[in-house]
Design a protein around this ligand. Sequence first.
Ligand code: BES
Ligand code: MN
Ligand code: ZN
Length: 510
Amino acid sequence: MPASPADRLEVTFASLKEKRAEVVGLVVGEGPHFPPVAAQLDDDGDGVLSRAAEAAAFQGKMKSIADVLAPSGLKEQRVLLIGSGDQEKADENDWVMLGGAVGGKLGAANTTIASVVVESDGETKLPVHEIAASFALGACLRSYKFDKYITKKDSEDDGAKDVRLAKLVVHCPDPKKAEKAFAACKAIADGVMLARDLVNEPANILGPVEFADRAEALESLGVEVEVLDAKEIKKKKMGALLAVAQGSSRPARVVVMSWNGGKKNEAPVAFIGKGVVFDTGGISIKPSAGMEDMKGDMGGAACVVGLMHALAGRKAKVNAVGLIGCVENMPSGEATRPGDIVTSMSGQTIEVLNTDAEGRLVLADVMHYAQERFEPQMMVDLATLTGAIMVALGKSYAGLFCNNDELASGILGASGVTGEKTWRMPLDKSFHKMIDSKNADVKNLGGRWGGACTAAAFLERFVLDKNTPWAHIDLAGTAMDAPKNDINQSWGSGWGVRLLDRLVADNYEG
Ligand code: BES
Ligand code: MN
Ligand code: ZN
């Protein structure tokens, strides 16, 4: 039951002259200052809109909204005055967030179709067609809901129907240009929503095999997808990944996705995701309270699949590979025990002291395979790797560990653009000392302190060539159950898809 596109907000663009829906949003400047179409409508209603603005003390500040119901003298059912503040200062993400805020207002009302008029109030930092596209992106992201398993959609108590905004028409000066700009935004929005779907989906529905199937569906966008089954994984000697998978009756999968939109023979950028479809902890079992959240332990892999969708959907001029390791971490008679020593694909032996530190085992092998096979020009891994990163940074920042300052500043820069916040954390010899093992090359547990840092150090041991720029992003706090905002109301956030898409767009497309 994949979410059907019909469940999703449909966005179209129209000129300023075209007929509008009965519910209309008007973007106005600080003051409030009404740009031409808004001013005309206000005139038509003998100043009803400016009077409403005054009554509501609406000053047109960014993201302030005045809701005018049944304005007298106008045929509109409802007019939203949408404050956009100083448009000379508003960045791309401000417009995305504004679109989200307005989408939320419209979505909460009994409205299925709405028009929003996006006009400039004078000078704007961004061209107006880009403003319109960003606004629409925000509205799309906000409209996402994961309710496919709720069979009773109408509330029986009060007879209220779950009426949802289905269609948004964005009126702007150059709709053709806006539509073109939106095509890329749409691909990104679809990638984000795909990642959200994967994170939200329960583990009984989405095992390693089903997850791989969903990734395989990217073939329809022109992504080459290869799925390695358990036999092939064994043949490649991914002993660390298999040590995690062996406790589950559901077999592992490794998925390799390639998007070849760049120059022939140019080394790809590589993205690697932790895809633990459910993490019980294994024999080092987790406490039961809150364990249900571990259906989201594939947030890194979901981000990679969403990113590949976005890159292919907007035909990015880059060679990119996405590799994910899909496993389930279960306790059973076949499960790995604490103290077991396993051999990773790299040849390094690992003493498994805690079977709940499983993500690093999965990544060790997938990272190794990615480097050996693709010799990428850079690599980023994403994982819901540690609870410790949430202790350090809370739930609105992801941890960024990076062996290369240029890559780090690329990621921090993209972070600043999309608002998906990252904070740089240390890689250091001292953390490596903490994971030296008496019995093997490395152990998967670092001791009491700096748990996110020892996990990152562990991964660093699987960077083949120290000159390869590599970043590890720990999104345990941000991928799921993160604070809700204007563009995300879902448990699975789709965090990182926009960020990495922007990283690629700004640094690796040519
Ligand atoms: N998947 C968890 C990390 C996690 C915890 C993600 C909570 C999201 C929310 C990971 O596999 C794990 O269990 N990590 C352990 C590592 C420890 C055993 C060294 C942790 O953080 O407690
Ligand atoms: Mn775990
Ligand atoms: Zn885990």
